[in-house]
Design a binder for this molecule. Structure first.
Ligand SMILES: Nc1ccn([C@@H]2O[C@H](COP(=O)(O)OP(=O)(O)OP(=O)(O)O)[C@@H](O)[C@H]2O)c(=O)n1
Ligand SMILES: C[C@](O)(CO)[C@H](O)COP(=O)(O)O
Length: 229
């Protein structure tokens, strides 16, 4: 029988780039909050056993879910940076989640995750000691900017955009994030910490509509996309 997979959801951000009246993960789209879409996408997968959600200490909007789709939804206090929140959630997972068990780290701000992408990611991560992440190759020409002007064109061959979920074994990811923090390394995703630890995670090409809501324009697009499902 395949081992259970747990989800870790960093949801302690304040959405400063979005602005607005509340942290963006609680904004409504297609009838429910972004965080609910993101959680439900993970919990709908048969291999996912439950979720640990990292919340801001003063979060007053968390609906208090203790389960969704018949699976446990646990919560812990997040931290000052996304990486701190992920590390706190990894440490708060039930003791039954072994160091060798896979965990899926997924942004609460990415509501449009699809099951087929999850299938592909879990399959790749289970075959890889180094883990795996969803992403997509860069398909636009990239410019380095300075003072609103083009300074240079950057080579894009071999460049990918990293998405979430990112899938790693609990023990290795916990140690990698801990060591990155001790080294003062500011990582913006889990794969960066694993790379610092010497791993080379597998890249799994996923749907480009697995958008992270960062600005109001992203929310308008995500509302459209979720409405199509
Ligand atoms: N200290 C933090 C910062 C971010 N996050 C989470 O990490 C995900 C991706 O981060 P981002 O899109 O940057 O969200 P915010 O930090 O809220 O946005 P901003 O940087 O604009 O404030 C989000 O689900 C966010 O809630 C977190 O759990 N803990
Ligand atoms: C984890 C992530 O979504 C991968 O692209 C991204 O790094 C999060 O960045 P943010 O600045 O914390 O939104």
């Amino acid at each position: 029988m395949s081992a259970a997979v747990w989800a870790v959801m960093p949801a302690a951000g304040r959405g400063t780039r979005f602005g607005g009246p509340m942290p963006k993960q609680y904004l409504q789209a297609a009838g429910k909050p972004l965080i609910a879409h993101a959680l439900d996408a993970l919990l709908a997968h048969p291999r996912v056993a439950g979720a640990m959600v990292a919340l801001a200490a003063d979060d007053a909007l968390w609906p208090g879910w203790s389960e969704r789709q018949g699976k446990p939804v646990l919560r812990c206090a997040g931290g000052g940076e996304r990486a701190d929140s992920v590390l706190a959630a990894l440490r708060a997972l039930p003791a039954s989640v072994a160091d060798d068990d896979l965990v899926l780290v997924h942004d609460a701000a990415r509501p449009n995750l699809r099951g087929a992408d999850l299938d592909a990611l879990i399959a790749a991560a289970e075959a890889e000691a180094d883990g795996a992440i969803l992403g997509a190759p860069v398909r636009d020409t990239l410019k380095r900017a300075g003072d609103g002007r083009i300074l240079s064109t950057e080579p894009r061959d071999g460049l990918w955009r990293a998405f979430t979920p990112q899938a790693f074994r609990r023990g290795a990811l916990t140690a990698a994030l801990r060591d990155a923090a001790v080294a003062g390394l500011m990582v913006t995703d889990e794969a960066s910490a694993m790379e610092y630890a010497g791993f080379h995670p597998r890249l799994v090409e996923g749907r480009e509509d697995n958008l992270k809501v960062t600005t109001p324009a992203d929310l308008a697009l995500v509302e459209y996309l979720l409405g199509l499902r």
